[in-house]
Write a protein that binds this ligand. Structure first.
Ligand SMILES: [Zn+2]
Ligand SMILES: [Zn+2]
Ligand SMILES: [Zn+2]
Ligand SMILES: [Zn+2]
Length: 616
C-alpha cells in the first residue's frame, strides 16, 4: 500500500461505525480484508512496490562509475600540484569514492570494487588520516582475497596494494606486521618465478629486501620505539561476550501486582553500573543508517563497508556484513525503506519473525510446546546470557523469541486495545512477510487471521516496550534519535517518576547506573519518560499509555494532595487510607484508575460521581 492509499483506508475505517463496534483484533482484521481491501490485490500492489524499491536501492554500476570519474578528477587535480584547493579537492575525492563504494555492485567487477578502496586509501594518506588509510587498503586486499579467486587478479595489483599497506603500517609504527607482509611477498615472488617483466618492474626481490632493511634499520635506530597496538586487536576480546549482565547485588522478583521487577538484594552505592544488555532487536533511524554499523552498532567513523546488495545499510567490515546478512538482512535487503514507512515497530516484528521464520514464530506463540516457558526460565539459561545470536541453536533462538512474546502477557489490555493504525500496519507487515517468505497466507482464512493478529499484537507490544537510543549535545539538548531498542531484561525494570537509576546507550548497549545509594530491599527503577518536574496530570497522561498508575514517592505525594480519592479498603482512620488516582487519558477526561496505590484493591464507583467528589 502506498502511503496515500494507507491514509485513505485509515480515514475510511475511522469514520466507520460498524468497524468501531468490533471488539477483537481478529474481527477488525476480518472486516478490513472483506469490506475495505482485497488481500490478493493489496499483495500484488505491495509486490510491485517492493520490486520498484529493490531496483532503486540496488547496486548500480553506472552510478558507481560516474562517482568514480568525479572522484578521480578531484584526486588528479591534487596530483597535478594544484595547491590552492588541495584540502577541498581531497575531501571531494573522498566523498565520491565513498559514494562509488556504496553504489558499486561487487560481483560485476571485484577488481574495481577493490580499486575504489585503494584510491580511498591514497586520499586518506594525503589527508594524513593514516588509520583510515590502513583500514581502506585492508578492505581492498580482503575483497580481492575473498571474492577475487575466479577473477585472475594480476599479481601486480596485489603487490601494489600490499606495498601501500606496508607504507601505512610503517607510518603507524606497526613494524612487526609490516615486516611480516614483506616476507609474505618475498615468498610469493619465490613461488612464481615466471612473472612477466612488466610485473617484475613493479616490485622486485631486491626492492623488497631494501624496504625490509629500511624498516629494520629504523627499528634499531629507535630502540625505544614502542609498537602501538592496533586498535582492532585491542578491541577483540572474544571471551567476554554477553547478551546481558546483572550485578550480583540485584535480584529479579515477581509480584502479582507489579509483575517482574528489580530489587536490591544488598545495599548498592551511588554511581554503580548494575546492568548492561545488548538489545534483542535494534532498529536504527534513517539518519544514522550510514553512521552506525548495523551489526555491532559501533560508530563507523572512518569505517565504511556497505551491504553488497543494497545501498541502505553500512557495516564496519566484511565480517559484520556477512554476520547480519546471514542472520536476517537477506530478508529485508533493499526494502528497509518500505518497512520503515510502516513504523519502526513493524521492522522489529518483521526481523524477529524472519529470524526464526514466520511459521516457527507462529507455532511458538500458539502451540503448547513452550507453554510453560517463563521469564524465570529465560533468566536461568546461561546460554541466553553468554552466547551470541549467530552461535545459538534454533531451540535457543526460539526460546529468546518466546521470552520477547511473554514479556507483556500479564497485561492483556495490550492485546485487545489495538487501534485502526496498528491493524492496517499489521496487515501490511503480514503481507510483506507473506511475500518475502512465500507463505501463501490466504490459503487458509483462519490461519491468515490468526497470523495477522499475532503481527498486530507484536507491533503493539514493541511500541510500548522499546527504549529510545538518543544522542545529546554538550548542553544535554537532544541532537538526534539514533534507534529504537527492545531489551528483554531491561523491560523488566519498572518506572518511577523519581528513579534511582539512569539508563543510557553506548555502542548499541544499554546500561543502568545508580544515581544515589540504594538500600537493601529497595526496588530498582528507571523512568519511562515522565519525571517529578512534570505536573501530575501530564505525568499520568503519559503513563496511561502503559496501563498503570504510578505509585512512586512523587505520585503518592501528589495523589494524597488531592489528585485522588481515598481508598475504602485500607487504613483505620482517614489519614492512612491509600489514594486511588485519576488517570488522564488522551481525550483529557479524567477517569478513576480504580486501583488503590497502597493496597491495590479496586474501587468501582461511577466516574461522574467521582468527578463531583473531586470538584468539591
Ligand atoms: Zn560492526
Ligand atoms: Zn542489503
Ligand atoms: Zn510516579
Ligand atoms: Zn487501599
Amino acid at each position: 500500500m502506498q502511503s496515500s492509499s494507507r491514509n485513505e483506508i485509515l480515514n475510511k475505517l475511522y469514520k466507520c461505525n460498524d468497524y468501531a463496534e468490533l471488539k477483537t483484533n481478529k474481527a477488525r482484521i476480518d472486516y478490513l480484508l472483506t469490506k475495505v481491501i482485497d488481500y490478493d490485490q493489496a499483495k500484488s500492489v505491495l509486490k510491485s512496490n517492493i520490486d520498484n524499491v529493490r531496483q532503486k536501492n540496488g547496486k548500480n554500476l553506472v552510478l558507481a562509475k560516474e562517482c568514480k570519474i568525479v572522484a578521480d578528477f578531484y584526486l588528479q587535480q591534487v596530483s597535478l600540484g594544484k595547491i590552492d584547493h588541495k584540502y577541498k579537492n581531497l575531501q571531494h575525492a573522498l566523498e565520491y569514492y565513498t559514494r562509488a563504494i556504496l553504489y558499486m555492485p561487487l560481483f560485476e567487477d571485484v577488481q574495481m570494487f577493490a580499486r575504489l578502496y585503494a584510491r580511498k586509501c591514497q586520499v586518506h594518506l594525503q589527508l594524513d588520516e593514516n588509520e583510515s588509510a590502513l583500514y581502506s587498503i585492508r578492505m581492498a586486499l580482503d575483497i580481492l582475497k575473498t571474492y577475487g579467486q575466479n577473477d585472475c587478479v594480476p599479481m601486480s595489483t596485489i603487490m601494489n596494494y600490499t606495498i601501500l599497506q606496508v607504507n601505512c603500517l610503517k607510518i603507524l609504527s606497526h613494524y612487526t606486521e609490516a615486516i611480516e607482509m614483506i616476507d609474505e611477498m618475498l615468498m610469493k615472488l619465490a613461488k612464481f618465478p615466471e612473472l612477466s617483466s612488466e610485473e617484475r618492474q613493479i616490485v622486485s626481490t631486491d626492492e623488497l629486501m631494501k624496504m625490509k632493511e629500511n624498516i629494520q634499520q629504523f627499528i634499531s635506530k629507535n630502540n625505544d620505539v614502542k609498537e602501538t597496538v592496533t586498535a582492532a586487536a585491542a578491541e577483540q576480546q572474544p571471551n567476554d561476550y554477553f547478551n546481558y549482565r546483572i550485578d550480583h547485588r540485584c535480584l529479579i522478583r515477581q509480584s502479582p501486582v507489579v509483575g517482574r521487577h528489580f530489587i536490591a538484594k544488598y545495599e548498592i552505592p551511588e554511581k554503580t553500573c548494575i546492568y548492561q544488555e545488548k538489545p534483542y532487536s535494534i532498529v536504527i533511524e534513517q539518519d544514522y543508517l550510514h553512521k552506525k554499523c548495523s551489526t555491532c552498532f559501533k560508530e563507523l567513523k572512518y569505517k565504511f563497508f556497505p551491504c553488497l546488495y543494497c545501498t541502505e545499510i553500512v557495516f564496519c567490515d566484511r565480517q559484520c556484513f556477512e554476520q547480519l546478512y546471514n542472520l536476517y538482512h537477506h530478508y529485508e535487503c533493499g526494502i528497509m525503506s518500505i518497512l520503515k514507512s510502516l513504523t519502526s515497530a513493524a521492522v522489529h516484528v518483521f526481523r524477529m519473525v524472519s529470524r526464526i521464520s514466520p511459521i516457527v514464530a507462529y507455532q511458538t506463540e500458539t502451540s503448547v510446546a513452550l507453554e510453560d516457558y517463563s521469564i524465570d526460565d529465560f533468566i536461568q539459561e546461561s546460554n541466553q546470557r553468554l552466547v551470541h545470536e549467530k552461535d545459538k541453536t534454533m531451540d535457543e533462538k526460539i526460546r529468546a523469541y518466546k521470552m520477547s512474546s511473554i514479556l507483556w502477557h500479564h497485561n492483556t489490555k495490550h492485546s485487545q486495545w489495538s487501534n485502526v493504525h496498528h491493524i492496517v500496519v499489521g496487515v501490511e507487515t503480514a503481507i510483506i512477510l507473506d511475500l518475502v517468505h512465500n507463505m501463501s497466507l490466504n490459503k487458509s482464512k483462519e490461519f491468515m487471521l490468526n497470523f495477522i493478529d499475532m503481527v498486530v499484537v507484536g507491533i503493539r507490544r514493541i511500541i510500548f516496550n522499546v527504549f529510545g537510543w538518543h544522542e545529546y549535545n554538550e548542553d544535554w539538548s537532544l541532537r538526534g534519535h539514533i534507534a529504537n531498542c527492545q531489551c528483554l531484561i531491561g523491560s523488566l525494570v519498572n518506572h518511577s517518576c523519581v528513579p534511582n537509576t539512569n539508563w543510557e546507550f553506548k555502542n548499541g548497549q544499554i546500561s543502568l547506573t545508580t544515581n544515589r545509594m540504594i538500600k537493601k530491599g529497595e526496588e530498582i527503577t528507571i523512568t519511562y519518560g515522565p519525571n517529578k518536574d512534570m505536573p501530575y496530570d501530564r505525568r499520568q497522561e503519559r503513563l496511561n499509555h502503559y496501563f498503570f498508575a504510578c505509585r512512586c514517592q512523587a505520585c503518592l505525594k501528589d495523589a494524597l494532595c488531592g489528585y485522588a480519592l481515598r481508598c475504602i479498603h485500607c487504613g483505620d482512620d482517614d489519614d492512612n487510607n491509600g489514594p486511588v488516582p485519576f488517570n488522564v487519558p488522551l481525550n483529557n477526561e479524567p477517569v478513576l484508575s480504580g486501583q488503590c496505590l497502597l493496597c491495590f484493591k479496586n474501587i468501582q464507583i461511577f466516574n461522574q460521581t467521582l468527578m463531583n467528589i473531586k470538584n468539591v
